[in-house]
Write a protein that binds this ligand. Structure first.
Ligand SMILES: Cc1cc2nc3c(=O)[nH]c(=O)nc-3n(C[C@H](O)[C@H](O)[C@H](O)COP(=O)(O)OP(=O)(O)OC[C@H]3O[C@@H](n4cnc5c(N)ncnc54)[C@H](O)[C@@H]3O)c2cc1C
Length: 351
């Protein structure tokens, strides 16, 4: 059974299946509604129901208070339709958004490689190409009742028949432990995507600065490969930090890209590399390396930040001290259900 869902102010009517969330129906129709945690906890996806009945699902009473339910509000990530619906949502126009619809794909794991002691590269061949914008992520369905987990796509959109995911093991984490210890080449998996609003604002045609740390390299890598393939002309800089040399994956590839493309600069930084190891690059954190590389003046850039929360906070402070402000800074937050419990009023929206 399905209902009609009309989304205002777009005035667009789509189908919503019984039991399907409003957010899922919208994304699968190529309509982006702002959202973040997807577990009814952070309230980013709050919308007004102006006609019809919803079931609120797992919306927490903190994210959606009783008086808001009485006023007809709901959380799109967990509300389902009980009748035809009309909702009012804040739809942001973005000239760089391709608004690609989310789809389900069957895939086969073709290759698994250790990129670092804690990060596996996983290549999945899909039954049909997944169109995505560089920087977006996919949900990987894992077996045994684990459920799905979000991973940014590390390959370029041009290789859309096979996507690469770079997966860091989270100690005690069910999904990532499965990938690291049990997943095998040849295994069948399901993937859905593309998700997210983290992509390069290409229309601006200004210099681009990527700041990445830990397993936050996936999106920037996809974005950089895409920009270079397209012949994007403004300067592109990647400042990429890890603790030690053996954690610095794709280092040789980025050196080769910098050699080949005069507008691409690669600044690797190690924060905990042993003295005398032969490392001649920058020693310190990502924000310190960026400050040195840009002589503390980031004006005119657009910066894309991806990595652990502490790195992101330090980078934002450094960028602002170097006179780059919120409208030119974009971050991808790796929010899990548990992290979302702590989300109150993020300084920056996840895009
Ligand atoms: C948009 C998005 C993109 C992402 N892209 C990537 C990517 O490219 N590569 C990648 O490795 N990861 C990425 N992540 C993070 C990844 O989704 C989580 O690491 C994964 O879901 C953890 O699953 P799990 O089952 O192992 O842990 P769970 O069993 O779900 O969690 C176990 C415990 O670990 C904590 N935890 C969960 N995730 C993290 C984390 N990332 N860091 C520290 N503690 C955590 C939880 O709060 C919980 O307490 C992304 C997340 C999002 C939302």
């Amino acid at each position: 059974m399905s209902y009609e869902l009309t989304i205002e102010p777009l005035g667009q009517t789509i189908e919503i299946e019984e039991g399907q969330t409003i957010l899922d129906a919208a994304l699968r129709a190529g309509i982006y509604l702002p959202h973040a945690c997807c577990h009814g906890l952070c309230a980013t996806c709050k919308v007004q129901v102006s006609d019809g009945e919803v079931e609120h699902g797992e919306a927490s009473s903190f994210a959606l208070m009783d008086f808001e339910r009485d006023e007809g509000k709901c959380l799109a990530c967990c509300a389902t339709a009980q009748s035809d619906l009309v909702i009012e949502a804040e739809i942001e126009e973005d000239p760089d958004a391709e608004n690609l619809p989310v789809r389900d794909f069957d895939g086969t794991v073709t290759r698994i490689e250790s990129l670092t002691p804690t990060i596996k590269g996983v290549w999945v061949k899909l039954d049909a190409p997944m169109r995505f914008q560089a920087g977006q992520y996919a949900n990987l369905e894992l077996p045994g009742g684990i459920g799905s987990r979000a991973f940014s796509i590390a390959s370029a959109p041009s290789s859309d028949g096979e996507v690469e995911l770079n997966i860091r093991i989270v100690p005690g984490g069910q999904g990532t432990t499965y990938v690291h210890e049990k997943m095998q080449a040849g295994e069948k998996v399901r993937i859905s995507g593309p998700y997210g609003r983290f992509f390069v604002k290409k229309s601006a045609q200004v210099p681009v600065l990527f700041m990445a740390g830990g397993s936050g390299l996936s999106s920037p890598r996809s974005m950089i490969l895409d920009l270079l393939e397209e012949g994007f002309e403004p300067p592109i800089t990647l400042v990429y930090g890890q603790r030690t040399r053996d954690e610095l994956y794709y280092h040789d590839d980025f050196l080769a890209l910098a050699e080949k493309h005069p507008n691409f600069r690669y600044v690797p930084a190690l924060s905990n590399e042993a003295e005398g190891s032969g490392w001649s690059g920058f020693r310190g954190f990502v924000h310190e390396a960026a400050k040195a590389a840009f002589d503390n003046d980031f004006r005119g850039n657009k910066a894309y930040l991806c990595g652990p929360p502490l790195m992101i906070e330090a980078c934002i402070t450094t960028l602002m001290q170097g006179r780059l402000f919120e409208r030119d800074i974009y971050t991808e937050k790796f929010i899990s259900a548990a992290d979302a419990q702590q989300v109150r009023s993020p300084l920056f929206k996840a895009i």
